[in-house]
Design a protein around this ligand. Structure first.
Ligand SMILES: Nc1ncnc2c1ncn2[C@@H]1O[C@H](COP(=O)(O)OP(=O)(O)OP(=O)(O)O)[C@@H](O)[C@H]1O
Length: 347
């Protein structure tokens, strides 16, 4: 059963320079217990999408169209009070900025215990025990429960936030780059702890990251976003064996842990589109080595190319050719040359 269904979602930010469409006609669903990795370069709309599910968009951001159906009800239509309850009881967000949500005047333990008791009939002693357990899982000593936020390092606070989110048995965990603030040594450990707890609780998860190698390790499904749109959605297993979208092929070239040892890393030339400007055709066309006139003029719809495998590209039938060519640096060099020519032409 689907826990979450995002349907034809549009999100806009109003700025002094004009209106920016950060999310453009995005649809996807998340099954109970499923974990989805949301990937894409900086600015493609990952955080905006995550915040909209929590209804935590900043004041200048708004959902201008679409639905976010959670457990059969549209989050977009819910009142502030209903949303508050949802955030308390059903959806937990783990993000870097969540660290600032710790109240400086209470000990971390008191805040976690209060959270647990607000959601269960646990006595104070039981809640304390549960908090200690989760602290242990997340690699913090039990005595840290008595610390105030200012007595903890950034990494410790981040782990406390993760612990806090996980004590509440949420049906949905939204993790936005949850370990970025931590040092590399503990990152892996904590990622696997988050996944372990998510599986044990049978929670669903939306995991946001720049790093597709992380998704390969911890998520069942991957959604590749680009310029506010979904480019590809498929199981991670299929994605790493037989990706379809030229942007996905480019991303896979660029990540060291996914490529075979010794294989050359190739970055995707150019930069994502400026969403303040009106977009024509496929969002990726400017950087795509395979673009045609059609790509420059017509937006490709998301189409099914295999079981639960969706892509937004006009040329699914050319995938074998794309895969072969995308492995070669010279293919991407043509994009580099084209972009240089375009820049010269614009001068
Ligand atoms: N408060 C805001 N006001 C105006 N524009 C915004 C605001 N927040 C985000 N944007 C713009 O919306 C687009 C999507 O941003 P978002 O932060 O969701 O992307 P992201 O993929 O999460 O990026 P990152 O990986 O860097 O966090 C970007 O073009 C960004 O500049």
């Amino acid at each position: 059963m689907n826990l979450l269904e995002v349907k034809n979602l549009d999100i806009e930010y109003v700025t002094e320079e004009g209106t920016l469409k950060a999310i453009d006609n995005v649809s996807f669903s998340l099954k109970e217990g499923e974990s989805i990795g949301l990937v894409g370069e900086s600015g493609c709309g990952k955080t905006t999408l995550a915040k909209s599910i929590m209804r935590l968009l900043p004041d200048n951001g708004s959902i201008s169209a679409g639905e976010i159906i959670f457990k059969g009800e549209d989050i977009v239509k819910k009142s502030k009070e209903e949303i508050r309850k949802l955030r308390l009881n059903e959806i937990a967000m783990i993000s870097q900025s969540a660290m600032n949500a710790l109240n400086p005047v209470y000990t971390v333990g008191d805040q976690i215990i209060e959270g647990i008791r607000a959601h269960s009939n646990a006595t104070k002693a039981e809640a304390y025990k549960r908090a200690e357990e989760v602290f242990k899982i997340i690699g913090l000593e039990g005595k840290r429960l008595k610390s105030y936020p200012h007595q903890m390092s950034g990494g410790m606070k981040q782990r406390a936030i993760i612990a806090m989110a996980l004590t509440l048995n949420p049906s949905l965990i939204i993790a936005d780059e949850p370990t970025t603030a931590l040092d590399v040594v503990v990152q892996d450990k904590i990622l696997f702890q988050i996944v372990d707890i998510q599986k044990k609780m049978n929670s669903s998860m939306v995991f946001i990251t720049h790093d597709i190698s992380v998704v390969s390790e911890i998520c069942e499904t991957i959604i590749v976003m680009y310029g506010g749109k979904v480019m590809e959605k498929v199981s991670t297993k299929v994605f790493f064996k037989t990706p379809y979208h030229p942007y996905s092929l480019g991303l896979q070239n660029a990540f060291p842990s996914i490529k075979d040892i010794g294989e050359e890393l190739i970055s995707i030339p150019g930069a994502p589109p400026n969403l303040m400007e009106k977009q024509f055709g496929c969002r990726f066309q400017q950087r795509c080595p395979f673009r045609t006139e059609l790509c420059q003029n017509e937006i490709p719809e998301l189409i099914e190319v295999g079981e639960e495998h969706l892509i937004a590209c006009h040329y699914p039938e050319r995938v074998e050719e794309f895969r072969e060519k995308a492995k070669k640096n010279e293919t991407w060099q043509t994009v580099r040359n084209r972009l240089i020519e375009e820049m010269k032409g614009g001068e």
